[in-house]
Design a protein around this ligand. Structure first.
Ligand code: PLP
Length: 435
C-alpha cells in the first residue's frame, strides 16, 4: 500500500497543517497535551485491525493471544502508575473515552432512576457528572438517573462542602462524584468520604484532569478514599485519547460486592463493543512512562508553571477564581475588565494562542461566559519553565490590552468585535510573531 501522502494527499495535507498549528502556537487548553512519539506509534499500529470483544482469556473472537497479553500488561501498568496493589484494586482499560468511562462506571453503581451528585458544569464540573439546566436534562447521566449537582461557593470559588452536605442529607445520593474540568484546587477527599458514608453512597473520583499529577504524587491521592476512580488518559497523563475505570475489589460489605463484574459488564456488553487495541497499547506505553522519574519531574513542573503564570496575572491586577491554583489549570475572570471569555478566545486564536472560554462563579450568561481557562500541561511537555510562563502571562496581558482597545472602537457586540479584528491585523501580527 502507498504512503498517505500519495494515497490521500488531501488528508495528508490537513494533518500537516494541524501539526504545524500545534507546534507553531501556544497551547494553553487545560485538557490537551502532546503525547510522545512512542505512544503515537502504538496508537497508529496494526492493533487497530483486531476485534477482541470480551476480556483477556474470555474473548468472543479468535486470534487474541497477543491482545490478551497486551491488555493484561496495560492493566498491570495502570495499577503500578498509581501504586495500587492488585489485591485491592483492579481496572478496566477498554473505555473509548472519559465520557464512556463515566457512564459505564455509573451504570455499574446505580439502577435506573437512582440518585447522583456531581459538581455542576458552571462550577467547573463535567457534563457526565449529571449535568442538567433548570429547563433541560442535558447529559445522559441526568436523563437516566436523578441528578442534584453541587456548586462552588460563589464568593470563594471553592467547593461549598457545607451546602453539599446539607443537600445530600435531603437528596440521599447513591453516588457522590468528585472531580471536574475547570477546578483549580485540590479536593477534600476525607470530607467527601464522610458525606458519602452517611448515606451509604459510593464515592467516585473523576480524576481526568489531574490524573498525571496524582500518578506523580503531587496532588492528594483519590485512591485512599474512593470506591471508583475514572480518568481520561490524554490530559496530564499524556497518553492517547481514552478512558480507564479503576475500582476497589470487594473486601467486605454489600456495596463493593461484585463491583468488578458490574464494571466490566457495564463497559462490555452494556455500553461498548470491541476494545480499541491500538489505543490500549498507547495507554500501556503512557503508563510505563508515568512511572519514570522524568514524568514525576514533569508533573511537578506543570504545577510550578501554572502557579508562576497565575502569580504573574495576579501581579498584573487580574482576578483569578479562588485567587490562584493548586494544579495544572487556572480560571481567569475577565469580567472586571468588561470582557467576555468568548472575545478573548477569538483574539487569542488570531495570535496563535489557544485557550477556551469558561464560566466563572456568578456568571450571568452560559453562552458568553465571563472567564477563560488556562492549562500548563501541553507547554510543559514542550519544555517550558516558570520564566517562560511569566512571559506567556505577559503576552496574554498585551493581548487583553489590545482587546480592550479594539472593544473601545467596535462596542460590546461580539459580531462587531470579530468584524473589527480584520482592521486590526498589523498589531495582531506583531503579537502573533511574539507568540
Ligand atoms: N471527565 C472530565 C473531568 C473531563 O474534563 C472530560 C473531558 O474533558 C471528560 C471526563 C470526558 O472525556 P472525553 O472527552 O474523553 O470523553
Amino acid at each position: 500500500s502507498r504512503p498517505l501522502k500519495e494515497e490521500d494527499p488531501e488528508i495528508y495535507d490537513l494533518i500537516e497543517k494541524e501539526k504545524n498549528r500545534q507546534w507553531r502556537g501556544l497551547e494553553l487548553i487545560a485538557s490537551e497535551n502532546f503525547t510522545s512519539a512512542a505512544v503515537m506509534e502504538a496508537n497508529g499500529s496494526c492493533l487497530t485491525n483486531k476485534y477482541s470483544e470480551g476480556l483477556p482469556g474470555a474473548r468472543y473472537y479468535g486470534g487474541n493471544e497477543h491482545i490478551d497479553v497486551l491488555e493484561t500488561l496495560c492493566q498491570r501498568r495502570a495499577l503500578e502508575a498509581f501504586r495500587l496493589s492488585a489485591d485491592d484494586w483492579s481496572c478496566n482499560v477498554q473505555p473509548y473515552s472519559g465520557s464512556t468511562a463515566n457512564f459505564a462506571a455509573l451504570l455499574a453503581m446505580m439502577k435506573p432512576n437512582d440518585r447522583l451528585m456531581g459538581l455542576d458544569l458552571p462550577s467547573g464540573g463535567h457534563l457526565t457528572h449529571g449535568y442538567q439546566t433548570a429547563k433541560k436534562k442535558i447529559s445522559s447521566t441526568s436523563i437516566f438517573w436523578q441528578s442534584m449537582p453541587y456548586q462552588v461557593d460563589p464568593e470563594t470559588g471553592y467547593v461549598d462542602y457545607d451546602r453539599l452536605e446539607d443537600h445530600a442529607s435531603v437528596f440521599r445520593p447513591n453516588v457522590l462524584i468528585m472531580g471536574g474540568s475547570a477546578y483549580p484546587r485540590d479536593w477534600d477527599y476525607k470530607r467527601m468520604r464522610a458525606i458519602a458514608d452517611k448515606h451509604g453512597a459510593y464515592l467516585m473520583m473523576d480524576m481526568a484532569h489531574i490524573s498525571g499529577l496524582i500518578a506523580a504524587e503531587v496532588q492528594g491521592n483519590a485512591f485512599d478514599y474512593c470506591d471508583v476512580v475514572t480518568t481520561t488518559t490524554h490530559k496530564t497523563l499524556r497518553g492517547p485519547r481514552a478512558g480507564i475505570i479503576f475500582f476497589r475489589k470487594a473486601q467486605s460489605g454489600e456495596r463493593l460486592a461484585d463491583l468488578e463484574s458490574r464494571v466490566n459488564f457495564a463497559v462490555f456488553p452494556s455500553t461498548q463493543g470491541g476494545p480499541h487495541n491500538n489505543t490500549i497499547a498507547g495507554i500501556a506505553v503512557a503508563m510505563k512512562q508515568a512511572c519514570t522519574p522524568e514524568f514525576k519531574q514533569y508533573a511537578k513542573q506543570v504545577i510550578a508553571n501554572m502557579q508562576a503564570c497565575a502569580a504573574r496575572l495576579s501581579e498584573l491586577g487580574y482576578t483569578l477564581v479562588t485567587g490562584g491554583t493548586d494544579n495544572h489549570c487556572c480560571l481567569w475572570d475577565v469580567r472586571p475588565q468588561g470582557l467576555t471569555g468568548s472575545k478573548l478566545e477569538k483574539l487569542f486564536e488570531l495570535i496563535s494562542v489557544t485557550i477556551n472560554k469558561n464560566s466563572v462563579p456568578k456568571d450571568t450568561s452560559a453562552l458568553s461566559p465571563g472567564g477563560v481557562r488556562l492549562g500548563a500541561c501541553a507547554l510543559t511537555s514542550r519544555g517550558f519553565l516558570e520564566s517562560d510562563f511569566v512571559e506567556v502571562a505577559d503576552l496574554l496581558h498585551e493581548a487583553v490590552q489590545a482587546t480592550l482597545e479594539l472593544q473601545k472602537q467596535t462596542g460590546k457586540k461580539l459580531k462587531d468585535f470579530e468584524a473589527g479584528l480584520a482592521n486590526y491585523s498589523p498589531s495582531l501580527q506583531e503579537l502573533k510573531n511574539k507568540a
